[in-house]
Design a protein around this ligand. Sequence first.
Ligand code: URA
Length: 430
Amino acid sequence: MYIPDIIKKKRDGKSIRKEDFEFIINGYVNNKIPDYQVSSFLMACFINGLSKKETYFLTETMMKSGNMYDFSDIDGIKVDKHSTGGVGDKVSIPLAPLLASLGFYVPMVSGRGLGHSGGTLDKLESINGFNVNLSAKKFKTILKNEQVVMAGQTEKFVPADKKLYALRDVSGTVESIQLITASIMSKKMSEGIDSLLLDIKQGNGAFMKTAKQAKMLAESMYEIGIKFNKKMIYAITDMSQVLGSTAGNGIEILESMEILKGENKNRAYHLVREFAAMIMIKNSIEKSKKDAYKKIDYCINKGYAFEKFLKMIKAQGGNIDTLKRSDLLCNKRVEIKAEKNGYLKGMDTYNIGIALIYLKAGRFTKKDIIDHKTGVYVHKQIGDRVKKRDTVFTVYHNGDYVKAMNILKNVFYIGSKKCNSPKLIKIEKV
Ligand code: URA
């Protein structure tokens, strides 16, 4: 096959065959095709889009580029959740052990922070000793023993995505619905799961800013999952404010524990509970949400969900004696107060994410080292009554906080009129 012919086909809006994708993607992974040709091909895909069939071929080719997990010898329903990312989105951390306590197996391959949004692996690494770099063998052993494991991808897991994503990042081809679909779904379909919940975040703290974009991405990923015979669910959820009470790393572990124990019934808790219920219904464990909530609340109230969390941490080398405030959070703090009376009508969630990077809770460059103990406690949610001098944010810092403070002073808007909290779940498809 002659590469320029494939590129020209896509450039001219014609369809690409399965063999064309295989030739380009496998050639790229094996270093036989240079960056500049693949970059040109990606731009043609970006501009002309991919049909559903082409998106499937690309996903399948990427998925098969490395080793796939096989958990078919584990007798149980294997489930996972993927979020497109946001600020304060710690949902995976309490959800995974909760699902395990409900009887599911949860082999969760997670990622690091991306841009202004936090990453599950970074949050988990706040826990002293917790190892996210597991071999495929160790990953499976922990899954078998504890029903839940949360780790990063190994070198051999979907290598095509690693290379393609790095190239997309520097060639202006990230924001394509079909390329994002293939990137995310090639990884999720390699995980050996039966069912997947996609949480598509939408709002000023999400990558998908509009309802239209979010719906298109959700439908695209959902359809690909169905083609791979997975039981698919999607939810389009609010990211127009920090999710729950905190944003950072160690501070989100503290909040996750409160959620797992039912001690903090905030919006993050409700999302965890809703997602667990959707997964139970989709996998025919319960018929109604009401019945699902009963089981979920039982596992939370009896401490079973929290027990699974502790077991997973121990199995992954974490020290459960360090799961306390003094080990997970800086003791230096400053407060940001409201300057007038009124109602919290909005937040600039994206810039809260940027302030967190200045606090070193995230990275501007790949080489930056995270300070797991910094973060923000969010005292007010959209719709809340605010009085002059009320604390809106408590900022936990390591001494270097001026830039973050200058941003955080300007990221909440107080109006005089009463307003409603945005709907937590905008659309759900179970
Ligand atoms: N996350 C991914 O894994 N891939 C994308 O393309 C975008 C977000």
